[in-house]
Design a protein around this ligand. Structure first.
Ligand SMILES: [Zn+2]
Ligand SMILES: [Zn+2]
Length: 229
């Protein structure tokens, strides 16, 4: 196992999850639910910073801010344990009162690259520690659809991998609408399928009466393959 990896305490993680779920089911106060969410996140992450593996001054950070997307505030896949230094770094440049009618990056508020990176390291951490169960890293269809819409994709657009991995891939496609606009400006049809990391577009020249055509070549291998249902 890579350095800094620890053996998860499954019993303790499940117990923390049950306490969070009970708080939500019983309609406890938001503050208490957030406290239990935070307890779960730190237990799941083995009481260390998922980024630098420090064990000092830890807190559970919302990857997608709860003020930005309330539906994500208690989701297990929206939390990551960070030390105070990494946490401070992550919050740098965030403003506190987002205008939700503005594009997500417009006001120095949400930093898509930071969110993308955190979903990526969280996915790696879960896979390396053998802990990738969807309920431990859960993001709802609603939240994933919201990320897709932010990036110019239809809600049903398919992304592979576990849900946190999908969040990473959706956000990694930050330039999709720009790229589509550039392709279309050159009179090249832009496919609706996302271009995953390592993939490429192939554009076929127009022939006879056939228009130009572009296809997507994907090389991306999901870090965690979902079980067929
Ligand atoms: Zn750290
Ligand atoms: Zn935070």
């Amino acid at each position: 196992m890579p350095q800094g990896t620890n053996i998860p305490d499954l019993g303790a993680i499940r117990a923390r999850l049950a306490r969070l779920q009970a708080a939500l089911a019983d309609g406890m106060s938001r503050k208490r639910c957030l406290r239990r969410w935070s307890d779960f996140i730190r237990e799941r992450d083995g009481h260390r910073c998922v980024d630098c593996h420090s064990r000092r001054s830890l807190s559970a950070h919302h990857i997608c801010r709860k003020s930005f997307l309330e539906a994500a505030q208690f989701l297990t896949g929206n939390g990551v344990t960070l030390c105070s230094a990494c946490h401070k770094e992550t919050h740098e440049g965030f403003n506190r009162c987002p205008d939700l009618s503005q594009p997500v990056d417009a006001q120095g508020g949400e930093k898509l690259q930071k969110m993308e990176r955190l979903y990526s390291i969280l996915t790696d951490d879960a896979v390396e520690r053998g802990l990738m169960h969807e309920e431990f890293y859960f993001l709802s269809d609603e939240v994933l659809a919201c990320f897709k819409q932010m990036q110019g994709y239809a809600p049903e657009t398919f992304f592979p991998g576990a849900r946190v991995e999908q969040a990473y891939l959706v956000l990694a496609e930050a330039e999709f609408s720009t790229r589509r606009a550039m392709l279309e400006a050159d009179d090249m049809p832009a496919p609706d399928r996302p271009l995953l990391p390592g993939g490429m577009y192939l554009v076929f020249a127009a022939q006879n009466d056939q228009p130009r055509e572009s296809i997507v070549i994907q090389n991306y291998v999901p870090r965690w393959k979902t079980e067929p249902r």
